[in-house]
Design a protein around this ligand. Structure first.
Ligand SMILES: *[C@@H]1O[C@H](CO)[C@@H](O)[C@H](O)[C@H]1NC(C)=O
Ligand SMILES: *[C@@H]1O[C@H](CO)[C@@H](O)[C@H](O)[C@H]1NC(C)=O
Ligand SMILES: *[C@@H]1O[C@H](CO)[C@@H](O)[C@H](O)[C@H]1NC(C)=O
Length: 426
């Protein structure tokens, strides 16, 4: 699904990596940028050298039954050229229109801070009006359910207009809005969706799930995504990716794309970009039967359960607590030990070497103080109990951990000399 921004991702993943990755593999990571025998395409953008397939295109919506039989059940993507043209949003959704709506001022949306997606980065709330006034100038993009006052501008994709779908299978809508230049991580979703583009261009790279599931490294399993840098694919770190084949699809305004359950995809957007997707539950071999419904119905007529999201929140909570209990499995830890652990784990998450400086140490201390609820200078089983009762700590710790990543990233960027670049290109 969209990003699930959470500490427990970060923690759960560092926990997994820490406990599962053999040390020998970690040192490979370090030599990757100087490995001269690396395969073609090494450190180039995702999909740059691999065989390209073009995606199947249809020029009209099929009946729900045909659509489910031909694409959803066989788990096969398809581009529906012009499929968004039935929605008023295609012509109506200008910035002036958004700013003219009084509701824009009172409705908060979630904005992500970095158009190159980093899932552990904290998102923030901003009024829709404020977002529309600033998105062209700042490194932000909106990922939010379609605001209620805009739902009447978007028609539910016609293949979903069946009573046995709308009754209980619609999960969520998401509106993606930016000035272009966004790059998602390589990821997959546990649900089916149709994505309709109302402004700008989108390029998607798809990887067939069934064919390549063993070869696509989803090394951030709780978030369903890969840590691979989509601008510089490291084939030494991710050797199995080098034989993977891609489908490359370009969407123009007015196009819709069926993005099937589990298919890996990576998305780039260009120009003022607005898309809406509709998610529904994936049920193997389901073909809708009860589709005698009034055509052209807009999103405000339907209920979206968001069940998926609730389930994943619970999982994340468990991930966080699990990590915390691992941390004190061998008894309580003091600040020194905690900081050492954080240092090691940050080194595993970050690809480049960095220096653990005073700034980082200060953030580590702040996190430790948050965890040491009884203020005895130790993180112990007693603190763990108190944490279980106070779930608000998680999001605060999450922000602090994101700051650690941020500081490391800035440091790595400023260390990156033109010399390195030349070396990488060889
Ligand atoms: C995908 O297709 C678009 C449009 O033809 C092209 O600009 C882009 O470079 C292609 N991407 C890859 C990774 O081949
Ligand atoms: C639904 O919308 C399409 C596209 O705008 C239009 O051609 C068709 O006549 C509409 N159908 C009904 C019943 O309104
Ligand atoms: C919207 O978010 C701001 C923080 O950016 C907050 O102060 C305000 O209370 C929120 N408004 C609503 C209606 O939730």
């Amino acid at each position: 699904m969209g990003r699930r921004n959470s500490l427990s991702h970060f923690l759960f993943i560092i926990y997994l990596q820490f406990s599962l990755i053999p040390v020998a593999e970690l040192s490979l990571e370090e030599v990757s940028s100087t490995d001269f025998s690396a395969p073609p395409g090494h450190l180039e953008p995702l999909g740059s050298r691999n065989v390209q397939h073009s995606l199947e295109v249809i020029n009209d919506y099929l009946t729900p039954m045909e659509f489910f039989k031909n694409y959803v059940s066989p788990i096969k993507p398809v581009l529906i050229r012009g499929g968004a043209k039935i929605s008023p949003a295609l012509t109506k959704w200008t910035d002036e229109y958004f700013l003219s709506l009084p509701e824009s001022n009172d409705f908060n949306v979630t904005a992500e801070q970095r158009k190159k997606e980093i899932r552990t980065f904290p998102a923030y709330d901003v009024s829709f009006k404020e977002f529309v006034s600033t998105y062209r100038k700042e490194d932000i993009y909106m990922v939010n359910g379609v605001p209620p006052f805009l739902q009447k501008d978007v028609i539910l994709p016609p293949p979903l207009l069946c009573n046995d779908i709308v009754k209980d299978k619609l999960i969520d809508t998401v509106m993606w809005f930016s000035s272009g230049g966004t790059k998602s991580v390589l990821h997959n979703d546990d649900v089916d969706n149709i994505n309709c583009l109302f402004s700008g261009t989108k390029e998607l790279l798809f990887i067939d799930y069934k064919k390549y599931k063993k070869q696509v490294p989803i090394d951030f399993p709780s978030g369903g995504y890969s840590g691979v840098d989509v601008d510089r694919v490291d084939f030494v770190k991710y050797p199995s990716l080098k034989d993977v084949e891609y489908f490359n699809v370009t969407m123009e305004p007015g196009d819709c794309l069926f993005i099937p359950y589990k298919w890996y995809h990576q998305v780039r957007s260009y120009d003022r970009n607005i898309a809406v997707n509709v998610w529904w539950k994936h049920i193997p071999d389901f073909v809708p039967q009860d589709c005698d419904m009034e055509p052209n119905q807009t999103l405000d007529n339907f209920k979206f359960s968001s069940l998926e999201q609730e389930a994943s929140n619970t999982q994340e909570q468990e991930g966080f607590m699990k990590y915390m209990s691992e941390l004190i499995a061998n008894g309580q830890v003091g600040f020194r030990e905690f900081e050492d652990k954080l240092k090691t784990e940050s080194a595993i998450v970050g690809v480049e070497p960095f220096e653990w400086n005073d700034k980082l140490s200060a953030v580590a201390r702040k996190i430790f103080q948050l965890l040491d609820k009884d203020k005895d200078g130790l993180f112990s089983k007693h603190d763990f109990k108190l944490l279980e009762e106070d779930t608000s700590v998680e999001s605060v710790v999450e922000n602090e951990l994101a700051r650690i990543e941020d500081i490391i990233e800035d440091q790595v960027e400023s260390n990156y000399s033109p010399q390195d670049e030349i070396k990488d290109e060889l």
